[in-house]
Write a protein that binds this ligand. Structure first.
Ligand SMILES: [Zn+2]
Length: 108
C-alpha cells in the first residue's frame, strides 16, 4: 500500500514520514561516486525532507539523514538548509514590500 503511494513521484519525509509529491521536499543526495552530499541534484542515494523547521530540526536531532544515507552528515548541511528556510521567508516578506522599494543602492 505504501509503495503504491510512492510510485507516482511521491516521496516520504525522513522526519515526519509524510508522503507527498517529491517537489514538496528538499532532496539530499549522497552522490555516487565520492559520497559527497549535495542538495537537489546528482545521482545517488537520496532522502527527502519537508521544507519546514520542524522536520529539519527533528532530522538533525535524531540524526535521520546520517542514518538514511549511511554517511556522516555534517552540521554544515543542516545549516545550509536553515539558510534556505530563512531566505524563503525573507523572499516572501520582501515580495510584500516590493511596491515601496525605490530601488536606490548605497555605494561606498
Ligand atoms: Zn516532514
Amino acid at each position: 500500500m505504501e509503495d503504491e503511494a510512492l510510485i507516482k513521484n511521491h516521496r516520504r519525509c525522513v522526519s515526519c514520514r509524510k508522503v507527498a509529491p517529491k517537489s514538496d521536499f528538499w532532496r539530499i543526495v549522497r552522490q555516487h561516486p565520492g559520497h559527497q552530499l549535495v542538495l537537489d541534484q546528482g545521482m545517488g542515494r537520496s532522502v527527502y525532507l519537508c521544507r519546514n523547521w520542524d522536520c529539519l530540526k527533528l532530522a538533525q536531532k535524531k540524526d535521520r539523514l546520517s542514518r538514511a544515507l549511511k554517511v556522516k552528515v555534517s552540521t554544515v548541511l543542516y545549516q545550509s538548509l536553515e539558510q534556505r528556510l530563512e531566505s524563503q521567508q525573507q523572499t516572501s516578506a520582501s515580495a510584500n514590500l516590493q511596491s515601496g522599494d525605490c530601488g536606490v543602492t548605497a555605494i561606498n
